[in-house]
Design a protein around this ligand. Sequence first.
Ligand SMILES: NC(=O)c1ccc[n+]([C@@H]2O[C@H](COP(=O)([O-])OP(=O)(O)OC[C@H]3O[C@@H](n4cnc5c(N)ncnc54)[C@H](OP(=O)(O)O)[C@@H]3O)[C@@H](O)[C@H]2O)c1
Length: 262
Amino acid sequence: MTRTIVITGGTHGIGKALAHHHAARGDQVVVVASGSRPHEDTPGIRFVRCDLSSLRHTHDLVNRLATEHPVIDALILAAFRFNPVRVVTEEGFEHTFALYVLNRHVLAEGLRGPLERAAAPVIVNLCGAGQGGRIHWDDLQLTKSYRPLTATMQGARAGELLGAAYVAERVRYVLYNPVFVATGLHEPFRQPLRGIVRAASAVFAQPVSRAIPPIAALVDRPPAEPLTMWRRGRRLAHAVDVDEARRFEETVRALSDRRRPG
Ligand SMILES: NC(=O)c1ccc[n+]([C@@H]2O[C@H](COP(=O)([O-])OP(=O)(O)OC[C@H]3O[C@@H](n4cnc5c(N)ncnc54)[C@H](OP(=O)(O)O)[C@@H]3O)[C@@H](O)[C@H]2O)c1
C-alpha cells in the first residue's frame, strides 16, 4: 500500500535524501520548505512552499495537509536554519525557537489525527538530541545573550521534552540525532569560519548517503515504544524530567495557540 510521508526541510540535505529514498520506494512524499533553496520537480515528490518559522503559515499548512491527506504514515521534521546572529520572526519569536521548537510542536500536534489513522505511524524529529542542551527558562527567546549554539542546543533539548510530553495512542515519536552530516553546514558562516567548517566537514562529517539508511529503517519499522532516542543509528537511553517536559509543553502550547488564526 502506498504510504504518505511528509518531510519538512525536504529540499536539501538529509530531508531531501530521505524524500528521494522514499519516493523511489513508491511512497507518496510531500516536502515542505520555504523555497529559499532551489527545488527541482521529481516524480513521487510534491513540493509545498511554506515558511515554517511562521506560526500563522504553519497552522494553515496543518489544515491543508490534514484535508488533503486524511492518512499520514510518517512526519519527518527536518526543517532547520542555523542563525549566526539573532533573527526575530514577524510574530516576534527568536527564529531558531520558531522553526526548531514552535513549528515542530504545531505540526506534531496538528497532524495527530491523520497520523493516528495510519497502520504504523511515526514522527521522526531530526535534532541534536542527547547532547546536553538546556531550556533557558528565564529567557526562552534569548533576548539578553544570543549565541547560535545556545539557540541550537535549546532547540535540541526542546525536542526531547516535547517528545516526552507527546501523547498519542499509536504514533511513535523518534528523536534522531544524525550527529555530523555533510549537508553544507559551512554555508551560514562567513570567512574564515566558513573555510574551517567546510574543511572539518570534508574530514569528519558523514556523507548524506550513509546517514539515510538507519533513519529510513525507523520510518519503515517504527519502534514498539512510544518514545525512543537515537544517535547515528544507535539507541540511546533517555531520562527526561517528566515535570519539566509537562511544563515546557504547556508553555509552548500557550505560545503556539496565541497565534492560532480565527
Ligand atoms: N547536518 C547535520 O550534521 C545535523 C546534525 C544534527 C542534527 N541535524 C538535524 O537534521 C535536520 C536536517 O539537517 P540538514 O543539515 O540536512 O539541513 P539542511 O541541509 O540545512 O536543510 C534544511 C532544510 O530546511 C528548510 N528550511 C530552512 N528554513 C525553513 C523555513 N523557514 N521554512 C521551511 N523550511 C525551511 C530548507 O529549505 P529552504 O531553505 O528552501 O527553506 C532545507 O530544505 C535538521 O533538523 C538538523 O537540526 C543535522
